[in-house]
Design a protein around this ligand. Structure first.
Ligand SMILES: N[C@@H](CCC(=O)N[C@@H](CS)C(=O)NCC(=O)O)C(=O)O
Length: 242
């Protein structure tokens, strides 16, 4: 049986945060409508009071009186909810375990490499800053500051990520990760077994984060990945409320 009337759901997010985009994918599939609040990266003043010990990070999801943080915890919570939306919890224990492992890989490998193709070149960084400035509630002057300051800071962060990972080419790094995902996917419809699971939700969400960037075109030039992405997107479109 599905749960009673829709509770108030609010997602506190950064528009370009891959972890937040994972949660958006989960909410759409579960057919849950929600309000998105764009959080200011500097002081995060929009965040609600968080559970003790939770880091001041996005995503944070409020469902009624429950406040949840961490995209993996949130996706697991959503997977367990009975809604009229799509059930992405796998019944088979071995498959469910494998799906959770790939969900973790999305966080620890794919998402780590992603910023380097969003902010890698000065041009990419400027485009990213534009998206951020548009998503946030900034006045015209503040918006300009975010665009200029944001792109420089983001570009520097990206250089640091590459250095820390011992990499010089972000696009090659992301590409290797996508090769890995395609290898797991093979000719199957979804990455684990026959059904759409938390691993697909996480990867689809994370990929959506770069939809407005040139790297997305490179993703879409891979037939296996594209077919899988469109398949997940179709289910997402079917269940997304309004
Ligand atoms: N493990 C967390 C990671 C969340 C995270 O790193 N969020 C970043 C944005 S992409 C953040 O809020 N950073 C702000 C900060 O560290 O001050 C998750 O899966 O939700």
């Amino acid at each position: 049986m599905s749960e009673p009337a829709q509770q108030d759901v609010t997602l506190y997010q950064f528009a370009l945060c891959p972890f937040c985009n994972k949660v958006r994918a989960g909410l759409d599939l579960k057919g849950m409508s929600y309000r998105a609040v764009e959080v200011s990266p500097r002081d995060k003043k929009e965040l609600p009071p968080l559970p003790e010990g939770a880091p001041q990070k996005v995503p944070v999801l409020k469902v009624g009186d429950d406040t949840l943080s961490d995209s993996t915890v949130i996706l697991e919570y959503l997977a367990e909810r009975k809604t009229e939306g799509f059930n992405f919890q796998l019944a088979d224990e071995t498959d469910a375990k494998r799906s959770a492992e790939i969900e973790q890989w999305v966080d620890e490998a794919f998402i780590q490499a992603l910023p380097t193709v969003i902010y890698g070149t000065v041009r990419e960084a400027a485009q990213a800053a534009r998206v951020v400035a548009t998503a946030g509630q900034y006045g015209p002057l503040q918006g300009l500051g975010v665009k200029l300051g944001g792109s420089i800071v983001m570009h520097l962060i990206c250089k640091r990520i590459l250095k820390k990972a011992g990499r010089s080419d972000g696009h090659a790094w992301v590409s290797e990760n996508v090769d890995q995902f395609e290898e797991w996917l093979g000719e199957k419809d979804y990455v684990v077994g026959e059904a759409l699971s938390i691993a697909d939700v996480a990867m689809h969400g994370a990929m959506c984060c770069v939809r407005d960037f040139p790297v997305f075109e490179q993703f879409m030039n891979r037939p296996l990945l594209r077919a899988w992405f469109d398949r997940v997107q179709a289910v997402r479109d079917e269940y997304r409320p309004n």
